[in-house]
Design a protein around this ligand. Structure first.
Ligand SMILES: [Zn+2]
Length: 257
C-alpha cells in the first residue's frame, strides 16, 4: 500500500465512532429514538454526547464498561437507560431475571427535563386531569412537560369507555405525583416528575409484596385491554418488569422499539 493511501485510510478510521463491547451492547437505533422521543428538549447526538436544544451537553456513557443490573439501577448512565427495549403487546409471561425495561433511569436527564421535585421545580409545571370523569370525581396531577397531562386526557377518554368490569382495575387511582425515592434503589421514580400514574392498588401486584425467598414469583391480574391503551400513548407498564409493579404506568417514549 502506498503511504498516501495508508494515511488516507488511517484518517478515515480516526473519524469512526469508538467501538467496543459495551458500545456494541446498546441496541441499534436507540440514541436516534431517544432524540426523536423528546423533540422539545433534545437536538442531536454528537459522538458520546447528548445535545439539548438549549445547548447543554450530557455524556451518554456508551463507551463505559458493562456493569451489573443492581449497580446500574442506582446510577444509570443515559446509555444504561437505553440498554433494554420495551415491547408492546400482550406480556409473554414472567419477565426474565432483571428484564425491566424502563427501570433504569438517568437522574440528571429526567431532572433537566421535568425539574427537581426536591427543589419544588416539578409542581409548578403540573395541572389537574379528571380521572375517568364519566365514572368518578377523582382528579390527578400530571406534568405539562412533553404534553404528559394532555396525553393522559386522551388515555382517560378511552379508559372511561371500557366496561365496568375493567374500570374496577382503574378506580380509584392510587396517585400520580410523589416526590420520593424508590425504596430499593434510592433513585427518584417517574412519580417525582409528575409523569407516572398508579391505578387501583386493590387489584394490583408488586414484586416487594411477593415471597422474597429466591427468585421473584411473577403475578399479574391487570387485563391487557387496559395496558394496550397506555402503550398506544407511549406509556410503559410496570407489569413487564422482573421487579413487577402492575399498577404502574409512566411516560417513556424512548423505551419503545
Ligand atoms: Zn407507580
Amino acid at each position: 500500500m502506498r503511504s498516501l493511501d495508508r494515511r488516507a485510510l488511517l484518517a478515515g478510521l480516526a473519524t469512526l465512532p469508538m467501538a467496543g463491547p459495551a458500545r456494541a451492547a446498546l441496541p441499534e437505533g436507540r440514541l436516534g429514538k431517544l432524540v426523536a422521543s423528546y423533540p422539545d428538549h433534545l437536538a442531536d447526538v454528537i459522538e458520546d454526547m447528548l445535545v439539548w436544544r438549549d445547548g447543554a451537553r450530557m455524556a451518554i456513557g456508551a463507551d463505559r464498561p458493562p456493569r451489573g443490573f443492581e449497580e446500574m439501577l442506582r446510577s444509570a448512565t443515559i446509555a444504561d437507560q437505553l440498554r433494554q427495549t420495551y415491547e408492546r403487546g400482550p406480556p409473554a409471561g414472567a419477565p426474565p431475571r432483571d428484564q425491566s425495561p424502563g427501570r433504569l433511569r438517568n437522574t440528571a436527564f429526567f431532572v433537566k427535563m421535568y425539574g427537581d421535585c426536591t427543589k419544588g421545580a416539578v409542581t409548578p409545571r403540573m395541572r389537574p386531569v379528571a380521572w375517568l370523569p364519566r365514572t368518578t370525581r377523582q382528579m390527578v396531577q400530571l406534568t405539562e412537560v412533553n404534553g404528559v397531562a394532555t396525553r393522559m386526557e386522551s388515555i382517560v377518554g378511552q379508559l372511561d369507555r371500557l366496561p365496568d368490569r375493567l374500570k374496577a382495575f382503574l378506580v380509584p387511582s392510587a396517585g400520580t405525583y410523589n416526590c420520593r425515592a424508590v425504596a430499593d434503589t434510592g433513585v427518584a421514580s417517574m412519580h417525582g416528575y409528575g409523569a407516572a400514574i398508579d391505578i387501583n392498588v386493590a387489584h394490583s401486584d408488586y414484586w416487594a409484596w411477593a415471597n422474597r425467598r429466591g427468585a421473584i414469583a411473577y403475578r399479574n391480574r391487570i387485563p391487557f385491554e387496559i395496558v394496550e391503551i397506555f402503550e398506544a400513548a407511549d406509556f410503559i407498564w410496570g407489569g413487564k418488569w422482573y421487579h413487577f409493579d402492575t399498577m404502574h404506568f409512566e411516560y417513556r417514549p424512548e423505551m419503545f422499539a
